[in-house]
Design a protein around this ligand. Structure first.
Ligand code: ARG
Length: 459
């Protein structure tokens, strides 16, 4: 039976009911709804609406329901209740009879759903935090293993300057650090309890809302009832944090897909995270990484979708807001699954150190070094850049690396070039010079890794 039947003389059209019901997706808020209901029963008791015995009876029945839900969550979907709030209330009435009908005194589904959703976000925030740290650990472990491995660095997908593989890993550790910051920040902001805001104007019962908020583990109560029931910033922020993190995951996946390609051959992904082709027996496809890259689209779509839904909604609650849940659930589920899968892909990834070194040697990645060499000999950088550009044009024509020129040939471009130039053109020299804070030199990566001591490095 619907919660609002009194005003109606006709039943809902079955098609409308199916269209309107949110139980098929908000069943996921069952635990939060029950926990919130227990706290509400206590608040009602404190104001004298429920006797102690009544409150205890309600609490016992709700706790029993919680266990049932945990044991058999699928039972919820068998019901034709409109939403999870009606379902919990219906079950409660089924257990304690008319007393169950008292629980909704002074409460609205509007403050109830806002509270349930925030409780859900808080729980998921913890899981996301843990998954991000686990992924960082996988990156730090790989960075430790491949700390000194040379990797060609790219800009515009053209070889630019040599890097160490460890440096590449730690770049992503930084990105995931910011994701952790974003989720923590979102968790702090959403940690206020809407319960007691009623439908929009505040409950008519003298509830101590701060006490109620604290009893549910919130740091405070919300301060404006109108805002509290119509605010979905926290949902947007969760999905924004998910979207930004998915962009990071997608870029990492894309790097690895390229490194794993036949053309690059820099890494080999483990069999456990790749799949074959039904037709071409030679194939070992990076499906896990491609799915991470692909799923980024739907998370970003959830963000855009909800932003557009919220835009121009009049105060206060409108049913449009029910559309917040599926996108949020999907974004968080997808994010968690991708964080886990990314860590799995990194675990047994093998780096082909010969191939990465060979590639780093090609493509004139040491051209900047030659320019810096000339600068050290007194040539202004802009002129040095021009001279080296001319050397590179010739080198390309002759299909030679810079270090393969005879000294006399190099000297035709600048008399400042001497025998010592060759030691400046090695990969080792390129790397060693980048010892600045945040640079790619082995020493810099070593100290960056030491700074990540909070992550376990299992070498
Ligand atoms: N199922 C609704 C939602 O998810 C719950 C709130 C319903 N409130 C109302 N006034 N119809 O938003």
């Amino acid at each position: 039976m619907a919660l609002w039947g009194g005003r109606f003389s006709q039943a809902s059209d079955a098609r409308f009911k199916a269209f309107n019901d949110s139980l098929p997706f908000d069943y996921r808020l069952a635990e939060q709804d029950i926990v919130g209901s227990v706290a509400w029963s206590m608040a009602l008791h404190r104001t004298g609406v429920l006797t102690q015995v009544e409150q205890q009876q309600l609490q016992a029945a709700l706790e029993e329901l919680l266990v049932e839900v945990q044991q058999d969550p699928d039972q919820i979907l068998q019901s034709d209740a409109e939403d999870i709030h009606s379902w919990v209330e219906g079950k409660l009435i089924g257990k304690v009879g008319d007393l169950g009908k008292k629980l909704h005194t002074g409460r609205s589904r509007n403050d109830q759903v806002a509270t349930d959703l925030k409780l859900w976000c808080k729980e998921q925030g913890e899981e996301i935090y843990a998954a991000l740290v686990k992924l960082q650990e996988a990156l730090v472990t790989l960075a430790g293993r491949e700390q000194s491995t040379v990797l060609p660095g790219y800009t515009h997908l053209q070889r630019a300057q040599p890097l160490t593989f460890g440096h590449w890993c730690l770049a992503y550790v930084e990105m995931f650090d910011r994701d952790i910051g974003r989720i923590k920040d979102a968790m702090h902001r959403l940690d206020t309890c809407p319960l007691g805001s009623g439908a929009l104007a505040g409950t008519a019962y003298p509830i101590d809302r701060n006490e109620l908020a604290t009893s549910l583990g919130f740091r405070a109560a919300t301060l404006n009832s109108l805002d509290a029931v119509s605010d979905r910033d926290h949902v947007l922020e969760m999905i924004f944090a998910a979207s930004t993190s998915m962009l990071h995951l997608s870029r990492m996946a894309e790097d690895l897909i390229f490194y794993n390609s036949g053309e690059a051959g820099f890494i080999e992904l483990d069999d456990a995270v790749t799949s074959g082709s039904s037709l071409m027996p030679q194939k070992k496809n990076p499906d896990a990484l491609e799915l991470i890259r692909g799923k980024t689209g739907r998370v970003v779509a959830s963000l855009t979708g909800l932003m557009v839904t919220i835009k121009a909604l009049p105060m206060a609650y409108n049913k449009d807001m029910q559309e917040d849940k599926e996108g949020l659930f999907d974004a968080v589920d997808t994010w968690l699954a991708c964080l886990d899968m990314a860590a799995l892909c990194l675990k047994d990834l093998k780096v082909n150190q010969d191939a990465t070194l060979e590639a780093a040697k090609q493509g004139y990645s040491n051209a900047t070094e030659l320019a810096d060499y000339l600068v050290a000999k007194g040539l202004p950088f802009r002129e040095a850049h021009h001279v080296v550009g001319e050397v590179v044009v010739n080198a390309i024509a002759q299909k030679r690396a810079l270090e393969e020129f005879e000294l006399a040939d190099l000297q035709k471009y600048s008399p400042l070039i001497e025998q010592d130039v060759f030691e400046h053109l090695t990969i080792e020299a390129c790397l060693a010079k980048r010892e600045v804070l945040g640079g790619t030199s082995r020493a810099s990566v070593e100290s960056a890794l030491n700074g990540k001591s909070e992550y376990e490095i299992q070498q």
